[in-house]
Design a protein. Structure first.
Length: 419
């Protein structure tokens, strides 16, 4: 028996799905990418380093901030450029804002209908108008953070190697702090709503990989850790993890010691849940998850936990910034040097890695970008091969609905994957 889904809607990019099942045995399960490779890495080679963050953030319209930040960090590491603590905090706030925006969009508008057996979002919004308004407010709150700091939401303008072109307006930051009280209230209310949703009970053991930093829930910086005891600096990522380019496949998949692994919200919660902020920690406890949690559908609720955490954390960091000199984020003079730089930042969908090689005049000699979807795609296919066994006896239409919901729970970004 063959299972084929020509197109999976409500996710970033274009993909389908195909599986082959013989006598109940799943012989293959594959997400079929329906986009061509974009060759952004090749476009960057030979360009001046200052162009790299601007071009790289065009990889994605949903998560441009993390591409911008990771490119900048890699370039700074390559050229030995140091930035102020205020700059690092402000960049961290930008990424927190992006995670709030992205998770809110995915949670309610892209995934929720799958668990309520609704065919379209018009029906969803009509049935749950107040919850839809809450989700929109949360998304707007996240976008307002990026706009205030970066100048605009999509492809921000102010962030650059060495700092920012200008400091954000202090009054605008104060408004974000004032708005955060309502945002936190909204997030907790939406979280209570999501607790009532029936989530499929499916488990498959895997390795969870994420960033880790002492004393904080790592988003902007940290080492690489895994649920199976791995702990290495980011610089050793390409030594421990392998990119695989298979024939006729657009995406270079990534494995660790020959096996698939999972990243993103569910990985971060599994690895770093003890470092969550108070309200997020309280909400997670109320979910009564048993850790390690190997249910990929729980990625949705882990995203909800992170929305609450990121609102708390952005409020904390902005208050600290308002008690310091914001002008310290403005770029200071630095020297252009030859070097190799590696950096990682947690994107909404998982850890994003950049490797850049810069020459003595500041031109890019080599680039390697390893995106979250490229990393978890093998894990998704391994998971779904097991999941098919549980739904094999359903009618074809019902099977397709279940599989679409499973894939969307992962929150894949095809545009990033085919960068």
């Amino acid at each position: 028996m063959d299972i084929k889904i020509n197109h999976i809607a409500k996710m970033e990019g274009h993909a389908g799905f195909m599986a082959s099942v013989i006598h109940g045995d799943v012989k293959s399960a594959k997400l079929e990418v329906q986009e061509g490779i974009r060759l952004i890495e090749g476009v960057l080679i030979g360009r001046h380093y200052a162009d790299m963050p601007i071009v790289a953030q065009r990889i994605c319209g949903i998560c441009p901030v993390v591409h911008n930040l990771t490119a900048i960090k890699a370039l700074e590491n390559a050229m030995g450029v140091t930035v102020t603590p205020e700059t690092e905090k402000l960049r961290a706030v930008m990424e927190l804002g992006q995670i709030i925006h992205s998770h809110s969009l995915h949670l309610f508008f892209l995934s929720l209908a799958d668990f309520l057996d609704m065919d379209n979002d018009i029906q969803l919004i009509s049935t749950y108008p107040e919850e839809a308004k809450i989700a929109m407010r949360l998304r707007d709150f996240g976008m307002s953070i990026v706009r205030v700091i970066g100048g605009r939401v999509i492809h921000p303008l102010t962030n650059e190697v060495g700092g920012f072109k200008k400091a954000p307006d202090a009054d605008a930051l104060r408004k974000i702090v004032a708005d955060s009280a309502q945002a936190l209230q909204d997030a907790i209310a939406l979280g209570e709503f999501f607790k009532k949703i029936k989530i499929p009970d499916f488990q498959r053991e895997t390795e969870y990989v994420s960033l880790d930093k002492k004393g904080e829930y790592a988003i902007y910086d940290g080492d690489i850790i895994s649920s199976q005891g791995l702990h290495i600096p980011v610089e050793k990522f390409e030594q421990d993890f392998q990119e695989l380019q298979k024939q006729n496949e657009v995406i270079k998949k990534v494995v660790h010691e020959g096996k698939s692994y999972m990243i993103g919200a569910i990985a971060r919660i599994n690895n770093s849940r003890k470092k969550l902020n108070p309200q997020a920690s309280q909400y997670l406890e109320s979910l009564n998850f048993v850790f390690p949690d190997y249910n990929p559908f729980h990625n949705i609720l882990c995203q909800m936990v992170e929305v609450i955490h990121c609102i708390e954390q952005s409020n904390k960091l902005i208050k600290e910034l308002l008690h310091s000199d914001l002008n310290n984020v403005v770029t200071r003079e630095y020297a252009i040097k030859e070097g190799i730089g590696i950096a990682a930042v947690e994107a909404p969908r998982g850890t994003l890695y950049y490797h850049v090689d810069v020459d003595a005049k500041g031109y890019v000699k080599n680039v390697n970008i390893i995106t979250p979807t490229a990393q978890f795609l093998s894990n998704l296919e391994d998971d779904i091969a097991d999941y098919i066994k549980e739904i094999i006896d359903l009618k074809d239409l019902d099977k397709q609905k279940k599989l679409r919901g499973f894939i969307r729970a992962y929150d894949p970004c095809i545009s990033c994957a085919v960068h």
